[in-house]
Write a protein that binds this ligand. Structure first.
Ligand code: ZN
Length: 323
C-alpha cells in the first residue's frame, strides 16, 4: 500500500509533543513526553527515537505507512545538515546532530525547521491561513516569534533569520531587547512586554485604576490581568492595550506592505485576548498599510492552539511524498 501518514514532532524545553497525521493534516493520534535536558541535552534525541518506535510497535503500525518525520525545534537550525545550535532551553549550545540519528533510529526520512516557522506552516496549512500560498504568522508568548510563507515557501533568508518578526524595530529609542537592540516588537508585545508598557504608563497615569494601583503597590500584574481589566472598561488598561495594539498593527502594516500576504495570523498565549485584541490591531494595520494591502490583507487570529507545532512539523515531511 502507499504511505498515507506523517509524523510531526514539536520539540520544546519542557515537553516533546508527537502527532501522527494524515497527508491532509488531520491529527489521528498524539502523545507527549517530558524533555530531559540533563547532561547537555544528550538524552533528547534518543528519547525521541525510542518514543516513536515504542508507539509504532504499540499500535502495530508499519514504517511503510509513513512518508517521513518533520520536527520543529527551538534554536538555530541548519536544515541541510539536520543540526541545531543555540537552543539554550534544551542545553544545546553547540551544534547538535539531530537529523541523522532520528532518521536512522526510526528508519524514515527526517526534516526539521525552527519552531516558529513550523507553527506558521501549521496555521497556514489547516488553520487560519486556509492553505493560502502567502501567509505571515506572529506568535505572542514569553517572546515574540514569527514565520513568513511567501509563494508557498518559508522565507529563511541567507542566515536563517528570515521571519524574525519579534525583532522588527517599532520604537528606535525603546526598551532594551535580549538581542542587543532597542525597541524591538518583542519588548512591547510579548507577555512581559505588555507588563513593561503598563509599568511605564503607570508613572504618568493620574486616574484611578485597579491595575495601576496594583503596579504602584508592587503586586504582580500579568498580561492576562491587563487584558481582562481593559475589556471590563478600565481606562488605564485600555490605554496600555491600545499602545500594544498600535505596535502590533504598525509592524503588521509594514509586513503587509512588504509581502501583501492573504493574511497576517496572530497566535500564541497573549492572543487569547481574542477578537477584542484583533480588531484593535486591525484598526492600526489599516491606518498604516499601503492602500492595496489595506484592502486585501486580512488580520486573523490563530485557530490551532498548541497543535500548530505538530501539524506544521508534519507538513515539512510532505516534501518526501513520492520520493
Ligand atoms: Zn530584538
Amino acid at each position: 500500500m502507499t504511505a498515507s501518514k506523517i509524523i510531526g514532532i514539536d520539540l520544546g524545553g519542557t515537553s516533546i509533543k508527537f502527532g501522527i497525521l494524515t497527508l491532509k493534516g488531520e491529527v489521528q493520534d498524539k502523545w507527549s513526553i517530558p524533555t530531559n535536558i540533563l547532561e547537555d541535552g544528550k538524552h533528547i534525541v534518543p528519547d525521541i527515537v525510542a518514543s516513536i518506535n515504542h508507539r509504532l510497535n504499540l499500535y502495530n503500525l508499519d514504517k511503510s505507512d509513513f512518508i517521513g518525520i518533520g520536527m520543529g525545534t527551538p534554536g538555530s537550525v541548519n536544515i541541510t545538515k539536520g543540526t541545531v545550535k543555540a537552543a539554550y532551553n534544551l542545553n544545546w549550545g553547540d551544534e547538535h546532530e539531530v537529523g541523522k540519528p532520528i532518521s536512522e533510529g526510526v528508519g524514515l526520512p527526517f526534516i526539521l525547521d525552527n519552531d516558529a516557522n513550523v507553527a506558521a506552516l501549521g496555521e497556514r496549512w489547516v488553520g487560519a491561513g486556509e492553505n493560502n500560498p502567502d501567509v505571515v504568522f506572529i506568535t505572542l508568548g514569553t517572546g515574540v516569534g514569527g514565520g513568513i510563507i511567501a509563494a508557498s515557501e518559508l522565507v529563511h533568508g541567507v542566515a536563517g533569520a528570515g521571519g524574525e518578526i519579534g525583532h522588527i524595530c517599532v520604537e528606535p529609542n525603546g526598551f532594551d531587547c535580549t538581542c542587543g537592540n532597542k525597541g524591538c516588537l518583542e519588548t512591547v508585545t510579548s507577555a512581559t512586554g505588555i507588563v513593561r508598557l503598563a509599568h511605564q504608563f503607570a508613572e504618568e497615569y493620574e486616574g484611578t485604576s485597579e491595575i495601576k494601583a496594583a503596579i504602584d503597590n508592587g503586586d504582580e500584574v500579568t498580561s492576562k490581568d491587563i487584558f481582562v481589566a481593559a475589556e471590563a472598561g478600565d481606562k488605564f488598561s485600555l490605554s496600555v492595550v491600545d499602545k500594544f495594539a498600535y505596535y502590533l498593527g504598525f509592524a503588521s502594516a509594514n509586513l503587509g506592505s512588504t509581502l501583501n500576504p492573504d493574511s497576517i495570523v496572530i497566535g500564541g498565549g497573549v492572543s487569547a485576548a481574542g477578537e477584542f485584541l484583533r480588531e484593535k490591531v486591525e484598526a492600526y494595520f489599516k491606518k498604516y498599510a499601503f492602500s492595496t494591502v489595506r484592502n486585501t490583507t486580512k488580520i486573523k487570529l490563530a485557530v490551532l492552539g498548541n497543535d500548530a507545532g505538530i501539524i506544521g512539523a508534519a507538513s515539512l515531511a510532505l516534501k518526501f511524498k513520492g520520493e
